[in-house]
Design a protein around this ligand. Structure first.
Ligand SMILES: CC(C)(COP(=O)(O)OP(=O)(O)OC[C@H]1O[C@@H](n2cnc3c(N)ncnc32)[C@H](O)[C@@H]1OP(=O)(O)O)[C@@H](O)C(=O)NCCC(=O)NCCS
Length: 173
């Protein structure tokens, strides 16, 4: 398995994560967001021409008040730089084989690079409610809902992993 940036000629039409919104994002928006609008980048896990999974990231920032109390110490009041994992999905057929972990670890490596070269205090994910436990295993802490609530379509939960735990998770590969 190779993890690399999405390329314009990658076939995204057959990817099936079991979540039509994630699949639709990959098919319709991931390319234009990366190649034309420069809003963020998508990293894909591939085997030959087969797309096993993807993670979409973008640099962002976070208000200090949203961080867990222990993480606020010594930080200034203006928005603080983070790396956001906006989407993460593994193809249904490839679940439980380490693809999600490999993609997430790739984002950790990128967050560490960002911290050294531009500034970044940790990783924020927009976790689908059913995926919260997945992120908790890495040490991510819940920091609130992304927007609103609704039983029919639960909103993602924002979770934060401070840089020292990003480093630890990267080192334990
Ligand atoms: C969450 C997701 C990315 C995990 O991908 P994956 O490739 O199957 O995960 P991996 O094989 O790398 O890791 C498997 C481990 O995570 C655990 N895991 C997987 N999904 C989980 C979940 N929803 N909650 C808790 N743990 C989960 C597995 O039990 C396994 O644990 P183990 O290593 O102790 O055996 C995948 O299930 C998925 O695409 N889900 C739908 C979209 C989604 O929820 N995305 C994330 C939120 S935006």
């Amino acid at each position: 398995m190779e993890i690399r940036l999405l390329r314009p000629d990658d076939d995204r039409s057959h990817f099936d994560s079991g979540d039509t919104r994630l699949d639709g994002f990959l098919r319709q928006f991931a390319g234009q967001n990366q190649f034309r609008l420069h809003l963020g980048s998508t990293w894909v896990a591939v085997e030959g021409k087969r797309n096993l999974g993807f993670a979409t990231i973008a640099p962002g920032n976070i208000e200090i008040a949203r961080l867990p109390a222990a993480q606020r110490r010594g930080l200034p009041r203006y928005p603080i730089p983070i790396l956001r994992v906006a989407r993460l999905a593994t193809a249904l057929s490839e679940r439980g084989k380490g693809v999600g972990n490999a993609l997430l670890r790739c984002t950790f490596t990128l967050a560490l690079k960002l911290s050294e070269e531009y500034g970044c205090i940790g990783v924020v994910v927009d976790a689908k409610p059913g995926a919260q436990a997945y992120y908790e295993k890495f040490g991510f802490l819940e920091i609130g809902c992304v927007a609103g609530t609704g039983a029919a379509r639960p909103e993602p939960v924002e979770m934060f992993l401070p840089l020292e735990l990003v480093r630890k998770a990267s080192a334990s590969e």
